[in-house]
Design a binder for this molecule. Sequence first.
Ligand SMILES: [Zn+2]
Length: 240
Amino acid sequence: MKFLAAKCPSCNGELQVPEDRDFVKCMYCGADIKVREAIKIVLDANIPNLLTIANEELKVANYKEAVNYYNKVLEYEIENSNAWMGKAICSLFTSDFENLNEKEFINYFENAVKYGSDNPIIKEIPQYVYDFANDSIEKIRSIKNHSTYNSVNCKKYFASCSSIIKCLEISLKFDNKNKNILLLLSNILQDLINGSPFKEKIALRSGYTNVPRMYKLENKVQNECLEKLNHYKKILHNLN
Ligand SMILES: [Zn+2]
């Protein structure tokens, strides 16, 4: 049987109550206690504490610890928007920029919005996403200048870019006039449309040679990118 920390609502005595019972008698004052109510008194006091610790861990970039505390909050209160938000931010900053798991981030973020669309922290998400995307895209682009940049790298580069685009588009939903995000989006889309030059190593009788090639998107995807680019450019134009 599992026991949970609780407090007697009438005498405030600290109790351990069996979670499978509806009522227990307080060992201090003898009152009949509703188990769920007694547990809730302790939890209500704990959730803000857990959140404070989690947010502090997040601030000092201890993402793993922060996630542990956010998960504890969610164990008690699955609809806690702040905890989902914290998890979304941790998931962004622990992402491997080359293999970004944007689905996880988007899922946490959507939960944060679902359970608290009035959550003031939600307004901060575009800035977090922008910082992350900007940093990632710089790192990915630096690989491009490498002399061994080949078609496999190109494919990875394109995949990373489309993940970053998805994250930026999500954050745009909450700040649809954010110029930095619109500019970065346009910039990445243009880059994808332009294609990416790479070197293909070809074996000759006399040895190897590097032949310059061009990596391009499929026509259908290319058109989608172009449509998006025009859309964001229009918004930017109207903002200026
Ligand atoms: Zn009592």
